[in-house]
Design a protein around this ligand. Structure first.
Ligand code: NDP
Length: 336
């Protein structure tokens, strides 16, 4: 395993981490969740990602049970939650969003469900146009001052919103966000590679990134090339909307790209999931790639993805860019 600083903070996070979206509560109970988390932890994963909204809070309850059964020392892993969507199926206007009230209540509810005394990372799951950024920055800062949260961050905020949060924090002597959680995979590059490029500078935000859906929900494993397997995410009740990724002309082009990428993986003597994960890790502005899995065998495969890094030469990266046809800017640097 490799470890990277979470942006300009001193927190060392494993470059491959593990998250609970879709799987915990829909595909995995606490026993199965612990099996998968243990498979990751044993090979050096030190970050487990969650959110109030995942399976309406059940994902956090399951992870809390798994962590309490694991016997792992609390100081040996990082656990997160996210606030915004609410944990109820139909939250009222008080029970969602980024008001000081919901941020506080969601934080304490997450701590209870996760059976921990504090959250290492706490994310604003989306921006909230109805709440002044100052109120959110202040509430997050106060949670840190109280010791309930160690680092706060955002998820899918624009560069402009992040700069505003930074400016407010500087103006009122509050704590700026440490990290952002954006989508990042071979099909979805712009925000991480271009939009945020000025935010990584340590003289300003020094933003860390905990990127999500590195396999585009499984599309980048090749499992959807010939239809939808019965035991796959796209076939789960409630997640039918994911099937949109398989319809339309762009989807057809993507499936063609997946086939070409699988051929490249073959030439490199590796698998497509490993190639796709290593490709995300190769970007030095990525602090950690949050993986997801519904089976232990997937965790075992995914957590050997770093083996592929030496094969990702400039020439191979250029071939990937040619296949994808979506390169905007070059940001690949040495691992830090
Ligand atoms: P991926 O894009 O990597 O998709 C994971 C899914 O792909 C698995 O659950 C599994 O689905 C399938 N899969 C994984 N590995 C393999 C493999 N080796 N071979 C075949 N199939 C495989 O990641 P997620 O979309 O799960 O996102 C990862 C994490 O990111 C989440 O758990 C969450 O913590 C975070 N996230 C954050 C978001 C945000 O808004 N901040 C949004 C989304 C995710 P199956 O077997 O069921 O087909």
């Amino acid at each position: 395993m490799q470890y990277r600083r979470l942006g300009k903070s001193g927190l060392q996070v494993s470059v491959l981490s593990f998250g609970a979206w879709v799987t915990f509560g829909n595909q995995l109970d606490a026993n199965a969740a612990l099996e998968l988390m243990a498979a990751a932890y044993e090979v050096g994963c030190n970050f487990f990602d969650n959110a109030e909204a995942y399976a309406s809070g059940r994902a956090e309850t399951i992870m809390g049970e798994a962590l309490s059964r694991s016997g792992w020392r609390r100081d040996s892993y990082i656990v997160s939650s996210k606030v915004f969507f609410g944990s109820l199926e139909k939250p009222s206007r008080l029970q969602r969003g980024l008001s000081r009230k919901h941020i506080y209540e969601a934080c304490y509810q997450a701590i209870q469900r996760l059976q921990c005394d504090y959250l290492d990372l706490y994310f604003c799951h989306r921006p909230d146009a109805k709440v002044p950024i100052e109120e959110t920055v202040r509430a997050m800062t106060e949670l840190i001052w109280r010791g309930d949260v160690l680092y706060w961050g955002t998820s899918e905020w624009s560069a402009q919103q992040l700069m505003e949060a930074y400016a407010v924090a500087r103006q009122y002597n509050l704590i700026p966000p440490t990290m952002e959680q954006p989508e990042y995979n071979m099909f979805h590059r712009y925000r991480v590679e271009v939009e945020y490029s000025r935010l990584y500078n340590e003289d300003t935000l020094g933003l860390g990134t905990t990127v999500w859906s590195p396999l585009a929900s499984g599309l980048l494993t090749g499992k959807y090339n010939e239809g939808i397997p019965a035991d796959s995410r796209f076939n789960l009740p409630g997640y039918e909307w994911l099937k949109e990724k398989l319809t339309g002309s762009e989807a057809e082009r993507n499936l063609e790209r997946v086939k070409q990428l699988a051929q490249l993986a073959d030439e490199l003597n590796t698998s497509l999931p490993k190639l796709a994960l290593a490709w995300c890790v190769k970007n030095s502005h990525v602090s950690t790639v949050i993986t997801g899995a519904s089976k232990v065998s997937q965790v075992q495969e995914n957590f050997t993805a770093l083996d592929v890094l030496p094969s990702l030469t400039d020439e191979v990266m250029a071939r990937v860019d040619t296949i994808l046809g979506n390169k905007e800017t070059g940001v690949y640097g040495a691992n830090t």
